[in-house]
Ligand binder design. Structure first.
Ligand code: NDP
Length: 302
């Protein structure tokens, strides 16, 4: 069993990005600038935003935190999105989710200029990805694909089972891995990507264990600790655990610890490859946001 070390791969990619930014500076060019809109004071969102800003600083990007009060109206938030769309100093921006209940997320996301949509969540970017057109791919699917590519794990002709059908993970990762490999990203070997046969499962799927046992690669993005058990995995499978779940742990100083969706102790001995949680997909998601920002910068400054 080999651990897919997202932390290590993400560090390698950050070093590559840093070298590229150093070269830009030496050439007298400005550096990429990412805007991050955060609405309200959700503690998890605050942590995610702080991590994204830190990641920007580590590679030499500029980051602008735009903090808005939880009671902002949808119209005012839309105005802020339009302002960022028009701001020439911003190469890309994200609106940290979730938004307060009185704001419609899809209305806000749809208003983002797809060329600045570095989370890859606008209908335009999703549609372009589906059609194989140049697009910004959402961060977690991009990170999963990059992790597979960097470990030379082929997907062509293999059966990938995706558990979860969300717009941010399940659906786009399924779409990416079934694509013809013309959607290759800079630095990736196109031949190792795409061309998979993909099955998407969700909470209404019947006999999930039987479907999983036919998989070469299982990607679990359900948000359900311990969902993937040893009985669902045949020997030699590759398992990508996207889940991030807090479970109570009185022995931990924080009173909780993070686990994925996989029963890791039971499943990992069966696997060829498996991602740990934490340290697997999570670091890849953040570094993919940086790669998307650089991609948007290059388009913006062409
Ligand atoms: P959503 O809640 O939007 O979607 C979860 C999906 O899993 C749904 O499609 C749901 O089915 C399905 N599901 C839930 N329980 C089961 C079950 N018992 N059997 C089969 N399918 C099930 O979650 P997200 O996609 O946003 O996130 C999933 C997990 O990944 C979360 O833990 C989240 O924290 C984590 N995450 C991690 C990231 C990272 O960087 N590592 C990034 C993004 C998310 P149905 O549609 O029928 O309800």
């Amino acid at each position: 069993m080999t651990l897919l070390d997202g932390k290590q791969i993400a560090a390698t990619i950050r070093a590559e990005l840093r070298a590229e930014i150093d070269a830009l500076r030496q050439a007298g060019r400005r550096v990429p600038r990412l805007g991050i809109v955060i609405v309200g004071h959700n503690p998890a969102s605050e942590t995610y935003v702080a991590n994204k800003i830190k990641a920007c600083q580590e590679v030499g990007f500029e980051a602008e935190r735009i903090a808005l009060e939880a009671d902002i109206s949808e119209a005012d938030l839309l105005r802020e999105v339009h302002r960022l769309n028009a701001d020439p100093a911003i190469d890309g921006f994200i609106v940290q989710l979730p938004l307060p209940a009185h704001i419609c997320e899809s209305t806000i996301l749809s208003a983002i200029d797809y060329r600045k949509d570095v989370d890859g969540l606008t209908p335009e970017n999703v549609g372009r990805t589906v059609q194989g057109l140049p697009s910004i791919v959402s961060a977690t699917p991009r990170g999963i694909r990059e992790l597979l590519a960097r470990y030379n794990i082929l997907t062509a002709g293999r059966h990938v089972v995706v558990i979860g059908r969300s717009n941010i993970v399940g659906k786009p990762v399924a779409m990416l891995l079934m694509q013809r490999p013309y959607l290759s990203l800079p630095g990736m070997s196109a031949s190792s990507l795409g061309d998979a046969t993909v099955t998407i499962c969700h909470s209404k799927t019947q006999d999930l264990p039987a479907i999983c046992r036919t998989a070469d690669i299982i990607i679990v993005a359900a948000g359900s600790p311990g969902l993937l058990t040893a009985e669902m995995v045949r020997p030699g499978t590759t398992v990508i655990d996207v889940g991030i779940n807090r479970i109570d742990d009185p022995a931990s100083p924080r009173g909780y610890r993070l686990v994925g969706d996989v029963d890791f102790p039971a499943v990992s001995p069966l696997c060829n490859y498996i991602t740990p949680v934490p340290g697997g997909v999570g670091p890849m998601t953040i570094v993919s946001l940086l790669q998307n920002t650089l991609q948007a910068y290059h388009e913006h400054t062409r």
